[in-house]
Design a protein around this ligand. Structure first.
Ligand SMILES: [Zn+2]
Length: 150
């Protein structure tokens, strides 16, 4: 059975109240109790941050192919694999891929490959500004002072 607009309104009001019921009213809380709660929250945030950072490090990429596709120092002429953790590579570049919204990083094993990367791993050019209307010449000059100058 569909809810009436009043029932829907009541349900939304109850849901909102439930969402905010566990929030602290920082304006009216006893100052000492507020400080205690704030310290507790900070401690929990710190703990959560450390745990999530440790967990995300497990997913961090350890190796990468050299960005230069012609660089083949791997076994049997395969692409060169760079051990990122060792730090033994000539350089890296990071860019923001506009089409995916992702941050991309490329690594180069040597100075020569870094030069290659510099000219090929570039930022995408800005898309044409198709949102701004084309500017046309004004047909009538309304500013008399400007008209006199022209
Ligand atoms: Zn290379």
């Amino acid at each position: 059975m569909p809810l009436s607009p009043e029932q829907r309104h009541d349900r939304a009001k109850k849901a909102s109240a439930a969402r905010w019921s566990d929030r602290t009213d920082w304006e009216t809380i006893d100052l000492e109790e507020g400080m205690r709660q704030l310290a507790s929250l900070r401690s929990e945030v710190e703990r959560g941050g450390l745990i999530l950072q440790r967990r995300s490090e497990n997913f961090r990429v350890q190796t990468a192919e050299c960005y230069n596709p012609d660089c083949r120092k791997g076994p049997n002429g395969t692409r060169t694999i760079i051990d990122i953790g060792s730090g033994r590579f000539a350089g890296s570049r990071t860019r923001h891929n506009m089409s995916t919204g992702m941050i991309e990083t490329a690594y180069a094993c040597s100075a020569a490959c870094y030069l290659y990367m510099g000219s090929h791993f570039t930022h995408a050019s800005a898309s044409p500004r198709d949102i701004s209307p084309t500017v046309s010449e004004p047909e009538v000059v309304l500013n008399e002072a400007a008209k006199n100058i022209i």
